[in-house]
Design a binder for this molecule. Structure first.
Ligand code: C5P
Length: 249
């Protein structure tokens, strides 16, 4: 099934980042949110602190999980990690670093399919971390163009290795959608409504603009997690994107 077909009926476009140091904070937030309206992202901090037991609790609350552990290692090790992650309860999406290379990316896709077949978690690639600029790339020896060229090079590698999509800045979404066409899923953090503080995010985009630029899923942390009424904040994100979704309207 194509991305457009499988994704067109997906109303849960917001992925709420559970950026908490412990289980209690994360579960308290989830108990205030409706799993029919969003998914949950578990990253390195929370997973390292709480382990797989937390995923069971999130899954029992009916939330689908984006396991944001950004695997990057030799193909055999990443294959083992992806197989283990695909076997955890509720894992709907997971990610790997595109710069791990073709063999590593293909191994990740293959083991996820072998573990779960058609129900394989979506595997998305991280191209260039949005915290790195052209100077940082030159410093680590990637002076073969600029950050945009590097993002596109790695995006094409992810596509040809069979990944389902990419994690990218909303500012890159329009360029990637234009260059890659409609199939690759684009998952974008750095989303803010006008009333939200950008905090440490340097380049932010509104939810409606991000989906209009071609983003499929929006990762939102503090604007929902730290809102007085997280359910109401989620509702405003959902209503802002609805109507701007080319596949849903
Ligand atoms: O609170 P906020 O909405 O800024 O949270 C964004 C989430 O997306 C955090 O979990 C952050 O680690 C993640 N993220 C990001 N930028 C990236 C990749 C992931 O902000 N390039």
């Amino acid at each position: 099934m194509s991305r457009q077909d499988s994704n067109s009926r997906d109303e849960k476009r917001i992925i709420v980042a559970l950026d908490f140091a412990d289980e209690a904070g994360a579960l308290r937030l989830l108990d205030r949110l409706d799993p029919a309206k969003c998914r949950a992202k578990i990253g390195k901090e929370l997973f390292t602190a709480c382990g797989p037991g937390l995923l069971r609790q999130v899954h029992e609350r009916d939330f689908e999980i984006f396991l944001d552990l950004k695997f990057h290692d030799i193909p055999n090790t990443v294959a083992g990690a992806v197989a283990a992650a695909a076997g955890l309860p509720g894992v709907w999406m997971l990610n790997v670093h595109a710069s791990g290379g073709r063999a590593m990316l293909e191994a990740a896709v293959a083991v996820a399919k072998a573990a779960r077949g058609e129900k394989s978690p979506r595997i998305v690639g991280v191209t260039v971390l949005t915290s790195l600029n052209d100077g940082d790339l030159a410093q680590i020896g990637l002076a073969t163009g600029n950050a945009r060229d590097q993002v596109l090079r790695l995006a094409r590698l992810c596509e040809s290795a069979g990944l389902h999509g990419l994690v990218c800045s909303a500012a890159e979404a329009a360029m990637l959608r234009r260059e890659l066409g409609p199939e690759m899923l684009l998952v974008t953090p750095g989303i803010r409504r006008p009333e939200d503080s950008p905090e440490d995010q340097k380049r932010v985009m509104g939810p409606a603009e991000a989906v209009a630029a071609g983003a499929d899923y929006l990762v939102v942390g503090r604007p929902i997690a730290r809102a007085k009424d997280p359910a109401a904040a989620l509702e405003t994100f959902c209503s802002e994107i609805h109507g701007n979704l080319p596949n849903l309207s």
